[in-house]
Write a protein that binds this ligand. Structure first.
Ligand SMILES: NC(=O)c1ccc[n+]([C@@H]2O[C@H](COP(=O)([O-])OP(=O)(O)OC[C@H]3O[C@@H](n4cnc5c(N)ncnc54)[C@H](OP(=O)(O)O)[C@@H]3O)[C@@H](O)[C@H]2O)c1
Length: 239
């Protein structure tokens, strides 16, 4: 397996949740980390806790100038993880009353993935790898107003698979998370999901950011994996 020692890793969505957990793990393993999200303040707090070398870049994934400038400033790199999303769960709306604006915001995750993948493709080393983020809901969509959120995740999965062919030998894989205790949920929602997971999921507990982070890192470092969608959902697709 490939080591992270002295490898450059760009983490888009590093200020919270899965991205923050990825940063903690690879910092201990000697990676050179580029922490990326909108909030410089939040990223500096994450940086304070990292033992190794890291650099902070404030970037809006929806602004292609901001994305292109960030990747030009970072230059060549080896690995990338992308977990950025904003207001995803707040935008859940029944189709009968969904506004155009809400529908378009529901696809932000896809457009962020597109902007980042386009810029990153120009700078990633040939033996590098990227992991983008879908959702287990592409296999089991929910009926609670998440139609656009689910569609964005499906778009990310197919787009990423196409890139795995187009920019090979760079490897591209996709993680499809289940319910995970991160910034997409409020503290009350996390409490509710904790009880639900204990009763419902085969693994008997709610997913943690660290458990997800390990799946992303495994995909980055396995030289025989590309174009795969890996579900990490505690067995939710089975129940
Ligand atoms: N958690 C779950 O239960 C769950 C379930 C299924 C799928 N997922 C998927 O997992 C991903 C979310 O990861 P997470 O759970 O770790 O979420 P999170 O804790 O909410 O983190 C989201 C990150 O995205 C950054 N971000 C938001 N808007 C941005 C923008 N315009 N440009 C750049 N960065 C931006 C945020 O930082 P700033 O505020 O600093 O920009 C933050 O670092 C999404 O793709 C989501 O669909 C999550």
């Amino acid at each position: 397996m490939i080591s992270f020692k002295n490898k450059k890793i760009v983490i888009v969505g590093a200020s919270s949740g899965i991205g923050k957990a990825i940063a903690s793990i690879v910092s201990v393993q000697g990676a050179i980390i580029y922490l990326v999200s909108r909030s410089k303040e939040k990223l500096l707090k994450v940086q304070e806790e990292l033992p190794g070398e890291s650099h902070v870049f404030s970037m809006d994934m929806l602004d292609d100038d901001s994305v292109n400038q960030t990747f030009a400033a970072i230059g060549s790199f080896d690995f990338l993880t992308f977990t950025a999303v904003a207001d995803e769960t707040k935008l859940m709306t029944p189709i009968k009353t969904m506004s155009n604006e809400t529908a378009q915001r529901g696809m932000e995750k896809f457009w962020g993935t597109f902007n980042v993948a386009r810029a990153a493709s120009n700078y990633i080393n040939k033996d590098g790898a990227m992991v983008f983020t879908s959702s287990m809901a592409i296999y089991r969509p929910s009926k609670n107003g998440a139609s656009m959120m689910n569609a964005a995740s499906a778009a990310v999965a197919v787009f990423s698979k196409a890139l795995a062919l187009e920019i090979a030998p760079v490897r591209i894989n996709i993680v499809a998370p289940g319910v995970v205790a991160t910034g997409v949920w409020t503290e009350d929602q996390k409490k509710g999901y904790k009880d639900w997971a204990a009763k419902t999921l085969p693994v008997g507990h709610l997913g943690s950011a660290e458990e997800l982070a390990n799946a992303y890192l495994s995909l980055l470092t396995n030289p025989y994996m590309t174009g795969s969608v890996v579900t990490v959902d505690g067995g939710l697709t089975l129940v």
